[in-house]
Design a protein around this ligand. Sequence first.
Ligand SMILES: Cc1cc2nc3c(=O)[nH]c(=O)nc-3n(C[C@H](O)[C@H](O)[C@H](O)COP(=O)(O)OP(=O)(O)OC[C@H]3O[C@@H](n4cnc5c(N)ncnc54)[C@H](O)[C@@H]3O)c2cc1C
Length: 379
Amino acid sequence: MDFNLSEQQIALRDSAQRLARDVFKDKAAHWDRAAEVPWENIKLLGEQGYLGLIIPEEYGGGGANLMDLVLVLEQLGWACVSSTMYVFSSNVHGNRITQLGTDQHRQTYLPRIASGEILPCHAMSEPQAGSDAHRMKTSAVRDGDYYVVNGNKCWISRGAVSHLVLVDVVFKDEEKSPKGLLIIEHGTPGFEIGRIEDMMGHRGSPSTELIFRDCRVPATNRMAHGDFSASLMSMSLSRCCNSAIALGVAQRAYDEAVEYVQRREAFGKHLADFQGLRWMVADMAVKLDAARMLIYRAASNATAGFPSELEAAIAKTYANEASLSVVSDAMQLFGANGYSAAYPMERLYRDVRGFVIAGGTTQIQRNLIARKVLGRRKY
Ligand SMILES: Cc1cc2nc3c(=O)[nH]c(=O)nc-3n(C[C@H](O)[C@H](O)[C@H](O)COP(=O)(O)OP(=O)(O)OC[C@H]3O[C@@H](n4cnc5c(N)ncnc54)[C@H](O)[C@@H]3O)c2cc1C
């Protein structure tokens, strides 16, 4: 494990930081309030190579590794979660296609994802199957050269604006009804967008219900290695990336709070002079550092495919909860100003909260960690 960044990584991190602070920061509150997709930022992210950062160079991507991606997500998340979520999905789902798709999938989709021409999303959750993904019902039944798909997915981030969806389905007519991934393109007859959720945060990256009614999907759209265990394992990549964005949000809240307590006065001194508040800031610094180390460990140990499930689950559990706690404390340090939309703190709080649930809750991460440590228990 070596956390010394290469010159290339420092340059990448610094250019993402400039983009975040000089271009994304000021309009972040607008995308959030209006629940508007930040198209102008997505275009820029495509042009500057961020959407295909870890897509292999032979498919038009940057050929970077997970550590590079984590550095970028942390910087962009500092300024604007709504915009950063598109870098998350193009890279994470692009990587799913690289690792689990066929040659044809890679050639058809990856160059267009890398350039930002098309956006991908991933649909696993269903109304009765969230944490317990094995209860999913969306079915795919073979009919000649097609699968006929029926079912409802929910909470799908960017579902209404993505051009293709990696959908977890049950192959109903096969022995043991295996689950696996199918690529379904928007515009396929029988595929409709349902309710667009009015979410607390991540509002420029809207979550949506997806409805499939006798939707005929070419059989070649089945992911080659997309059996359910591979699909679940690929979640370790999204967990690392989810944690990196949450960390960026927490770092922003901390930076704002450190500045605020040194200028705000009460009882004849600066807030930064009260011992209790000094320790609060110290604890925030400890949490940020520890979270960063765990995320960097999982990212830098990742092999060509995905990070270790255990390291990603440990990173997500700690980093999500530490980030939430840091933002909550930063809001407290701001007093009523922290609760007002005139300051960024309330948006940061709403945004960071979502990461603790999305991509597998921290309770489910603890189950995964305990299973690795103690093995499966029979009751
Ligand atoms: C911002 C956001 C974006 C999302 N984006 C997507 C997306 O793009 N694609 C997608 O497929 N889904 C997405 N989701 C859905 C997300 O994956 C689920 O919300 C999550 O897996 C939890 O499922 P659930 O909401 O049904 O909660 P439930 O599974 O009903 O859980 C409710 C509570 O019970 C706890 N719990 C459940 N089972 C156990 C257990 N065995 N042990 C201990 N505690 C348990 C949970 O931790 C949680 O606190 C998103 C959610 C959010 C908030």
